[in-house]
Design a protein around this ligand. Structure first.
Ligand SMILES: [Zn+2]
Length: 209
């Protein structure tokens, strides 16, 4: 084995915080953000080292968030003492046709006390998050939150990304603002969303450079 240059060594060392190579560390984009609703991010194992993924930046910016990696999740790990779990998931009218039970309605009184809520976010492509839903009956039993009236995504780095599809980070911030009471709350997430713009630029620069 030869002697590695300093540059090669730096590229191989991982930042312990964001888990990326130190040369492409994204910690400068972390924006600690005040939020009321807890967040649980369930990440498909294939997403962990995906450079385009936004879940870890989200997790590092939200103090009341947890990130679990896996395909099958134990109920105790998911619930972790929280009884009011809400799954961030779009309306999917085809569910019954593929054998999924109808998700229960979100109890209106839950929205009156956001601090008791835990937003469950599936991180992965549409196909992977769909698979997580199929493989975890617990997730099928959760009331769902679908996003309303979303602005176009800034997420320009995923190929074949439709304008109405948001990154995990953008979707989660929008969902939190929705659960926590709307317009006034949305402003609290703006610094993180602005930083995410910088993150996207950084990833695009790597791809073209
Ligand atoms: Zn880092």
């Amino acid at each position: 084995m030869g002697h590695m240059s300093d540059a090669a060594t730096a590229a191989r060392l991982r930042c312990t915080r964001c888990l990326r190579a130190q040369s492409s560390c994204i910690c400068q984009w972390i924006r600690p953000t005040v939020h009321q609703v807890e967040v649980l991010i369930l990440q498909h194992p294939l997403e962990v080292y995906n450079a385009k993924g936004s879940a870890r930046l989200l997790h590092l910016s939200l103090p009341h968030s947890r990130l679990l990696v896996g395909e099958i999740f134990a109920e105790a790990d998911v619930r972790a003492g929280s009884s009011r779990l809400v799954l961030l998931y779009p309306d999917t009218p085809q569910d019954a046709a593929v054998g999924l039970p109808a998700a229960p309605a979100l109890p209106p009184d839950w929205l009156q006390d956001p601090v008791q809520l835990c937003l469950v976010v599936l991180d992965g492509t549409w196909r992977k998050s769909r698979k997580l839903l199929f493989q975890n009956p617990l997730l099928q039993q959760l009331p769902r939150l679908a996003l309303r009236g979303m602005p176009p995504s800034q997420y320009r780095i995923r190929k074949a990304h439709k304008p109405d599809q948001l990154s995990t980070l953008e979707a989660s911030c929008a969902a939190l603002a929705q659960l926590e009471g709307g317009e006034g709350e949305a402003a609290r997430y703006q610094p993180l969303l602005d930083a995410f713009d910088g993150f996207v630029d950084q990833q695009l620069a790597y791809r073209s450079g």
